[in-house]
Design a protein around this ligand. Structure first.
Ligand SMILES: *Cc1c(COP(=O)(O)O)cnc(C)c1O
Length: 356
């Protein structure tokens, strides 16, 4: 049996069918339908945030966030090289200049002490990532941003349900974005969200994701980033199962931790945050050991993933970037183990045995 790093969670199809019946009744398939509205309201309550806009993926959510922050072609954004490629590629796609700030070797998040040295007169924003759901130094980042009049955009794709000091992590930053891709903790098959405390800004985003239309008239430059009722329906089903999903993931996460904590180094988790059990990364001593382990696992049809590899400061389509040795080092020897609802203890025992 094939074991991948992730297996998308699927709810009871009967439950999904009930939502489909509603779509067939209303004939409202997309464009701000009732299920999308319901999902947004339920997500606001679940995540304890004021405004949330459901969009069609986490990548375009980032691009719209840059627009909302008023970023213009050529502006500089300081970001982390240790993330999924979309964190950087969206900046490049919007013709923004990336300036990489290296990471903390223990938390894997952008090292906020290094931040000030990267600020130039062209810097307009900071784009940190709560890597594997582990919150960044949000207070330090906020102070630096205020002092230098910079916007803060959090790529919070991994941070679904994370709280920091008993408050939603999404309360930090001017804007935060989420991904609801099938492989994420909570998903809508494809999807994402923009979270922003400023209600006027969310209204603006609502126009932008619908071609810039307001009362059917193109009022501002927009794009198509709406999501459909079928995707919202999946989200509504999965949101109902979140307690179960988290319980199962916690069991799997803790089992790995118990058996591997003495063999591997691991991410240092923020003591003020809760774990959402989204990923289980382990660090090898060097890349050679990682490659050997990966070969052993692959031979048994087990496919963990090298999240995140390569370090984004090494991308050949971003020649302007400055090197980040800590991120390059971590990226070369980190591996995320299979973690999903339905992963059996037998499978986990086999993975653990192959890693010892
Ligand atoms: C998944 C992910 C994205 C992209 O989200 P999509 O919904 O797949 O477009 C962006 N940033 C990070 C850190 C991610 O993990």
């Amino acid at each position: 049996m094939l074991i991948n790093v992730n297996k998308p969670y699927l709810p009871d199809p009967k439950k999904y069918q009930k939502y489909l019946d509603r779509i067939w009744q209303t004939n409202h398939l997309t464009n701000f339908g009732p299920l999308s509205r319901e999902l947004e309201e339920k997500l606001c309550a679940y995540l304890d945030v004021k405004n949330l806009l459901f969009v069609n993926n986490g990548t375009i959510a980032l691009q719209i966030a840059y627009t909302l922050m008023g970023l213009k072609s050529g502006d500089e954004v300081i970001t982390t090289p240790f993330s999924f490629v979309a964190t950087t590629s969206t900046l490049l796609w919007e013709k923004l200049q990336t300036r990489f700030c290296d990471i903390d070797k223990n938390t894997f998040c952008l090292h906020s002490d290094l931040l000030p040295s990267h600020i130039t007169p062209q810097t307009k924003a900071i784009l940190p990532v709560h890597v594997f759901g582990n919150p960044c130094d949000v207070e330090n980042i906020e102070n630096i941003a205020q002092k230098h009049h910079l916007k803060v955009i959090y790529d919070a794709a991994h941070a679904f349900g994370v709280t920091y000091k008993n408050k939603s992590i999404f309360h930090y930053g001017d804007v935060a974005t989420l991904s609801f891709h099938a492989t994420k903790l909570f998903h809508t098959i494809e999807g994402g969200a923009i979270i922003c405390n400023d209600s006027a800004m969310i209204e603006e985003a609502k126009k932008i994701i619908n071609f810039g239309l307001f009362n059917n008239y193109p009022q501002t430059l927009g794009i198509n980033a709406k999501n459909s009722e079928f995707h919202a329906a999946m989200g509504l089903c999965i949101l109902e199962d979140m307690d179960f999903i988290l319980q199962e993931r916690q069991k799997i996460w803790e089992y790995y931790y118990r058996h591997l904590k003495d063999t591997y180094s691991m991410q240092e988790c923020n003591p003020h945050a809760n774990n959402n059990y989204h990923y289980f990364p382990i660090l090898f001593e060097d890349e050679g050991k990682l490659t050997q382990a990966l070969e052993r696992l692959n031979l048994e049809s087990i496919f963990p993933r090298r999240y995140f590899y390569p370090s984004l400061d090494t991308l050949n389509f971003n020649p302007s970037s400055c090197p980040c040795p800590i991120s390059q080092d971590i990226a070369s020897r980190i591996l995320c183990l299979p973690l999903y609802v339905g992963l059996t203890q037998d499978a986990q025992d086999k993975i653990i045995q192959l890693l010892k």
